[in-house]
Design a protein around this ligand. Structure first.
Ligand code: HEM
Ligand code: HEM
Ligand SMILES: [Fe+2]
Length: 454
């Protein structure tokens, strides 16, 4: 570790991983409820479990991004982080907010209260006070990292990361606007949900991937930067108007069907570019970096993001297709692989790279880490297939033939059992990852012991 303040990342990554564990437990529980509908129905109903699953996902991904910024910005700007105290204060605010959400939902507190009560918009369910806390934490973060970057060396990687993080925070402000008109509500809801994952998060993804490629493959910075500009330009060009693929059936004007179809199809381009980028860098690179696990997660990220977001996104993005598939298991299949490939793998890549450095433990459990990649990714890919099969049958029976929703659900139950099975595999993969990251390798302990004995 070159800079002392990079250590801040350790706290962020650890809390992120704890929430990841909760997210996956929530997913498995939701998967159980799908096949055994009365399971825990009085204590922890499905809607609460689902909210915990999706919100803990978003929170831990954000914590991972913040941690990644604290880790890579000192190196990029050749400068210690402006204030360590502010960084920890930011983390405390986010943890308190998260606990607030969990307690409010699990114990059903403050019903109907404007400030403290629940808000029922998917992904934006946090009570208002938590949303405000998130904004305060984001401001602290932006101040802290911007001051650091301004004082030091400015690189394309840190600039694009900063632009992405600023835009992420600004777009979140739309979460406060919740008009009673349902069409307007949805229109602004997508400003956060879509413009995050298919806009500014892509900038964050591209810059973190670029940093990893720079470190792991040893290619020249100029080459990495050229790719970065192309990826960012195509991501914003396609992603902003691509929002139109959510405006087909919510009461917005008909021209959105064309704008949405055309521009969201172009969204495949940045994901394809990111995949090509990663492989070309490895092919051209001359460095044989010892951290093979971080490289595996990076390549896995770029590849699975291309399939989950690009291919599975395109599958249902043309309005003629979406007319039938909207809101079916096809959507869930895509949502899982896209989030997993693009943002889960990205975080696990930077954790795999940074954790051994942060914990001063090199070499570490590489092989177990790589095994966890295959278990988790295999599980998620299998889950995507089962949900795609389920969704195809569902779309046909429900939207083409016109069968009743619950009758169709009974017919596709076998896929939900398979989804549960793959979810358990993902859970095991995660346990293995945690073991590989946190538990010291046996040989290392024994050498230390002999050294101590001598
Ligand atoms: C890192 C891995 C995972 C990610 C990124 C993830 C992401 C998501 C997302 C984004 C949603 C909302 C989907 C939508 O509205 O279209 C969701 C819902 C759900 N997830 Fe996951 N999830 C993961 C792992 C799991 C696991 C392991 C299971 C276990 C079976 C699971 C089961 C579910 C269930 C049952 C739902 C609710 C679906 C519904 O309402 O119909 N997820 N997940
Ligand atoms: C990493 C990037 C992406 C992530 C994390 C992501 C995630 C998601 C999630 C979670 C949903 C469900 C939202 C909901 O209704 O609750 C969704 C919907 C959708 N996504 Fe993506 N997505 C990504 C990229 C893309 C791309 C590139 C395309 C097009 C090529 C696409 C096309 C769609 C479409 C058409 C829907 C609406 C499905 C429906 O009508 O039910 N997505 N996405
Ligand atoms: Fe979208």
């Amino acid at each position: 570790m070159k800079y002392q303040t990079q250590k801040i990342a350790l706290a962020y990554f650890s809390v992120a991983l704890a929430l990841f564990l909760i997210q996956i437990l929530g997913g498995v529980l939701a998967g159980v409820i799908y096949v055994l509908p009365n399971f825990l129905s009085e204590v922890l109903p499905f809607n609460i479990v689902r909210m915990l699953h999706t919100n803990s996902l978003v929170v831990w991904l954000l914590l991972g991004f913040f941690g990644a910024a604290y880790f890579l910005i000192p190196e990029e700007s050749e400068q210690e982080i402006y204030s360590t105290k502010l960084a920890y204060l930011q983390l405390i605010i986010l943890v308190v907010g998260t606990l607030g959400v969990v307690l409010t939902y699990v114990f059903n507190l403050f019903e109907g209260n404007w400030l403290l009560g629940k808000e029922g918009r998917e992904f934006l369910e946090q009570p208002k006070w938590v949303k405000m806390g998130i904004v305060v934490a984001a401001l602290i973060f932006l101040f802290n990292v911007t001051m650091t970057v301004l004082k030091g060396r400015k690189t394309a990687i840190s600039t694009i990361l900063l632009v992405g993080l600023w835009a992420l925070a600004l777009l979140f402000l739309f979460a406060f606007y919740n008009p009673s008109n349902l069409a307007l509500d949805k229109q602004y809801w997508w400003y956060v949900i879509h413009l995050w994952v298919e806009g500014v998060w892509e900038l964050i993804m591209a810059s973190i991937l670029a940093y990893l490629m720079l470190k792991l493959t040893g290619v020249d910075r100029e080459v990495v930067e050229k790719w970065l500009y192309v990826i960012v330009a195509t991501a914003l060009f396609s992603g902003i108007l691509g929002t139109g693929h959510h405006y087909y059936w919510i009461g917005t004007p008909g021209y959105w069907q064309w704008i949405g179809s055309i521009f969201s199809t172009l969204e495949i381009v940045p994901f394809f570019a990111m995949m090509s980028f990663a492989f070309v860098m490895v092919w051209k690179g001359h460095r044989d970096h010892p951290n093979k696990a971080a490289l595996l997660w990076s390549l896995g990220c770029a590849t699975l993001a291309f399939f989950g977001a690009g291919v599975w996104g395109f599958l249902h993005t043309l309005h003629g297709v979406n007319y039938y598939s909207h809101g079916t298991q096809i959507t869930a299949a895509h949502g899982h692989l896209a989030f997993y490939g693009a943002y889960v793998c990205l975080n696990l890549a930077i954790f795999s790279y940074a954790m051994p450095i942060l914990r001063n433990r090199d070499p570490y459990n590489q092989v177990l880490n790589m095994a966890s990649f295959w278990l988790m990714s295999g599980g998620m890919v299998f889950m995507t297939f089962t949900l795609t099969f389920a969704g195809t049958i569902q779309t046909h029976m429900q939207r083409v033939i016109g069968d009743y929703y619950m009758d169709v659900q009974d017919q596709i139950a076998v896929f939900y059992w398979m989804r549960l099975g793959s979810g358990v595999v993902v859970f095991l993969g995660l346990l293995l990852f945690l073991y590989a990251i946190f538990v010291p390798r046996k040989e290392v302990i024994s050498t230390d012991a002999t050294v101590a004995a001598e």
